[in-house]
Design a protein around this ligand. Structure first.
Ligand code: NAG
Ligand code: NAG
Ligand code: NAG
Length: 366
């Protein structure tokens, strides 16, 4: 036993002693530790502050387990980011609910990602396959997670809390200080996002492209709800399941939006099952081919085909507050097709929206 133990200590103490012995434990307590630590297939991250203007970059060996053991902060500085970038295959990333603090109040000027101070974004760029669990993010400068997984990935138990940005500050006038703080921007396939709490101030989830994506049992409060799009030319989104989520006090609850001028795009086979939405403040369900926010019901294009959108097998119940539209659908001529079984959608409150160029919805009337 003794020699084995001694060897264990040696390897743990000095990460990546020899090439090829990756079963060591790498420890990161500053950016200086990263290059050695990522030679090991176990990487422990202690609390530390990433210097301003630097990306915390983890290029991991296949099969690595990451354990986050303390709070990660980022120095404040106006720059493009991202703040964190992790890449690798078959990774087990255990966030352990340690906080990642993006320093939001330093950046928030009410103007979001495209104006005002340059804000590092995304805060968290995730390009791993495997699992990502219990990551707790507060105060993102702008967009929170951007996910581009190279293989199957399951994200569970993530918390995003940008609620502090809901209030105006001295730079934002009367508007909320934070803006464009999307929870999850997804542009990849074979992804499950489940059991998370998001208090974003923009989209809780936005899928720009990808196939085989499940978004299940999440809680989204405030912001712009669960969104597919905007879909631009040639983008394909297919085989999406949105189930068991709670969308609370959001401007939109369930939305699909395609650019009016986009061509050759596809949104296909989206299933909404057993979700709830309460206190919908603008639109409960909005499917529009006129992505011209805020004129959601503008002139639609028909260069993107939207087909097989269902609310079935498990009731999705939606309560709109007074003044909000329960359901609005704005299709281009001939571009909403296939089977739209909406027999599982129950709505109440608010007022009906228009349903334009869509005669394929069945099982639902306003
Ligand atoms: C960045 O600024 C924010 C807002 O003032 C503050 O909460 C955070 O602690 C700062 N981060 C660091 C690393 O100093
Ligand atoms: C769909 O994605 C999940 C999660 O990543 C994966 O486990 C599953 O194999 C994928 N299904 C197909 C048909 O690729
Ligand atoms: C409804 O949502 C709005 C916007 O998020 C929020 O300001 C308001 O407090 C919510 N009302 C209730 C009763 O939750």
């Amino acid at each position: 036993m003794f020699p084995l133990l001694a060897l264990g200590f040696l390897v743990a103490g000095v990460a990546a002693v020899t090439a090829g012995s990756s079963s060591c434990i790498g420890t990161i307590s500053s950016l200086d530790d990263v290059s050695n630590a990522v030679q090991c297939t176990t990487v422990n991250i202690n609390a530390f502050t990433v210097p301003a203007g630097k990306t915390f970059e983890l290029q991991l060996l296949d099969g690595t387990t990451v354990n986050v053991l303390g709070e990660i902060q980022f120095g404040n500085m106006s720059w493009a980011g991202p703040l964190f970038n992790v890449q690798g295959n078959d990774i087990t990333f255990n966030g352990n609910n340690q906080r990642w603090d993006g320093g939001g109040p330093f950046y928030w000027d009410g103007q979001g990602a495209n104006a005002g101070m340059t804000k590092p974004r995304p805060m968290m760029h995730i390009a791993i396959s495997g699992t990502l669990n219990d990551v707790y993010v507060v105060n993102s400068p702008a967009h929170v997670f951007s996910v581009q997984n190279p293989g199957p990935l399951t994200i569970s138990g993530v918390t995003v809390d940008d609620s502090q940005g809901n209030y105006p500050n001295s730079r934002s006038g009367n508007s909320a200080a934070a803006h464009n703080t999307d929870g999850f921007d997804v542009g990849s396939s074979n992804l499950i996002i489940q059991n998370r709490f998001v208090h974003p101030l923009d989209d809780c989830l936005a899928i720009g492209m990808g196939t085989n994506i499940t978004f299940a049992n999440n809680y989204c409060e405030g912001g712009h709800g669960i969104s597919i799009g905007s879909i631009s030319s040639n983008a394909v989104v297919s085989d999406i399941e949105i189930s068991g989520n709670h969308v609370v006090s959001s401007a939109y609850s369930f939305r699909i939006k395609t650019d009016a001028s986009a061509t050759n795009g596809v949104v296909k086979n989206v299933k909404y099952t057993a979700n709830t939405a309460t206190n919908c403040t603008y639109y409960g369900v909005l499917i529009t081919q006129a992505r011209s926010y805020p004129s959601n019901m503008g002139t639609p294009g028909n260069g993107v085909t939207i087909s097989d959108i269902s609310f079935t097998s498990g009731t999705t119940s939606l309560k709109a507050n007074s003044g909000a539209y329960r359901v609005a659908v704005n299709c281009g001529s001939g571009s909403c097709t296939g089977n739209w079984d909406w027999s599982g959608l129950e709505t109440s409150g608010g007022k009906p929206g228009s349903i334009i160029n869509n005669n394929v919805i069945t099982g639902f009337t306003q």
